[in-house]
Design a protein around this ligand. Sequence first.
Ligand code: FDP
Length: 322
Amino acid sequence: MLSLNQAFEQSQVDPQLVSVVDSITITCKNIAERLRGGALSGLYGSAEQENVQGEIQKKLDVISNDLLKQALLANRNVAGIASEEEEQAIAGNAEGQYLVTFDPLDGSSNIDVNVTVGTIFSVLALPENCTQVTTDTFLQAGRKQIAAGYVLYGPSVILAITTGNGVAMYNLGSDGVFYQTEDQIQVPETTEEFAINMSNQRFWQAPMQNYVNDLLLGEKGPLGKRFNMRWIASMVAEVHRILTRGGIFMYPYDSRDPSKAGKLRLMYEGNPMSFLIEQAGGASSDTQKPIMDVEPNHIHQRVPVILGSKEEVERVNRYHQT
Ligand code: FDP
């Protein structure tokens, strides 16, 4: 079976990029190990909370962030990092050519209930002539991503990755090596499965209300088919399901906090997941344009996210055009 490094070698991925991805996957193995320990790792609960021995417990998302930060900043090919858990980007090594953004533990409200979570990452190039990495250096549209992926901590540990040449998946073996299980994944164009947090329905805008209402009408409605619903409340797990068997995932704008464009973050969730989904033949949209065409103006910018099987994403776009 092909290991991740052999696959990179075969497709002649830049060795410096390989080393950046290595830093991420090695750290993710460490995170997976801690997650597997569950409550025995003493890592459940809130950050800075004391356990019965009077020891300070740190939340796993804080620990995952620290581990990734440490590993990436120690890599001389990394020019800087930006994390969902950090206020500002952090400059890395002077000779580095790559910028990495990451969500260290997506779906973290699921950790304590032992539901699948994951690490999401995106790699950008250091712009030419950049002499000083700042938070603004990261404000590049998703189209400029060099690589993106996630490591899923579920019943098995799975890496999904793209370097702009399709999407491949790897399973973590008991020997600590990621082995390729899928290559050139294709998201089916049509689907009968949707994922959305229905409890927010009354806060959505009219076009989203109309689309979901029509979808719920099933075979007798304008969409002419019966839909099934899934909501894991862990984006990384939902995207993994969509890459595996299709579907549509939506976290639209809602009026609960009108100042926020959506719940999910463009740089750590929207862009990397859109890169994977587009590379697998699916589509992704903020209801007006492809997410990867959104020009970021803030490192923690939020974005409405609609992604998955092409036919359904395009239908959602049409509902928003009328
Ligand atoms: P979480 O808050 O647990 O980190 O990243 C945000 C996210 O999870 C997504 O992974 C998930 O899809 C969504 O939020 C869940 O939101 P709801 O709590 O509204 O269901």
